[in-house]
Design a protein around this ligand. Structure first.
Ligand code: SF4
Ligand code: SF4
Length: 166
């Protein structure tokens, strides 16, 4: 599988090892973003990085595994309820005047968000190149789920990231 290197700047400690090992100079850029055009995917920088700041990612993702409708429906229903609980925890945290209660509710909000994201990922909605993510974005562009739904960003995503299941 063809791959290329990406650098997580939050983990990078700037010791420059990746600059020394890259045979094509793809890691040596002004903005610290590894040059995807130059990168050959050899993986030397990721092996050399002492901070785990470089990951190798595939050029194109394989289509996701098909899921049975009942599984998808159950995941959707659960994700929906987790989103509602997350929103409730956020609202209660904002209204809370007690520090301990605020922190408890803020932690609950984060934890519910993670579960919600996991369920969305399992259902295929975290992969912008998947068919169901594409269909969901098209649906939301036609009927925005909220007033502040970023319609233009959704249109750009659809335009820039081709679906890999057609
Ligand atoms: S994977 Fe290889 S070519 Fe690509 S940036 Fe890392 S060392 Fe350079
Ligand atoms: S080797 Fe890793 S930590 Fe060092 S500069 Fe490169 S990305 Fe950053």
């Amino acid at each position: 599988m063809k791959q290329f290197a990406v650098r997580n700047l939050r983990l990078c400690t700037k010791d420059c090892l990746c600059l020394y090992v890259c045979p094509v100079g793809a890691t040596d850029t002004e903005d610290s973003v590894i040059d995807r055009q130059k990168c050959t995917g050899c993986g030397l920088c990721a092996q050399a990085c002492p901070s785990g700041a470089i990951s190798m990612v595939p050029q194109t993702y394989p289509p996701q595994q098909p899921k049975e409708k009942p599984v998808l429906s159950a995941a959707h229903a659960l994700a929906h309820s987790k989103a509602e609980e997350e929103s409730m925890a956020r609202k209660l945290a904002a209204e809370s005047s007690e520090d301990a209660l605020y922190r408890l509710l803020a932690a609950a909000e984060k934890s519910l968000r993670l579960v919600h994201e996991d369920l969305s990922r399992e259902s295929g909605y975290m992969l912008p190149q998947s068919k169901n993510a594409k269909e969901k974005l098209q649906e939301w562009i036609q009927n925005p789920p909220t007033q502040d739904f970023p319609k233009e960003a959704a249109e750009t995503l659809l335009e820039k990231i081709p679906c890999n299941e057609e």
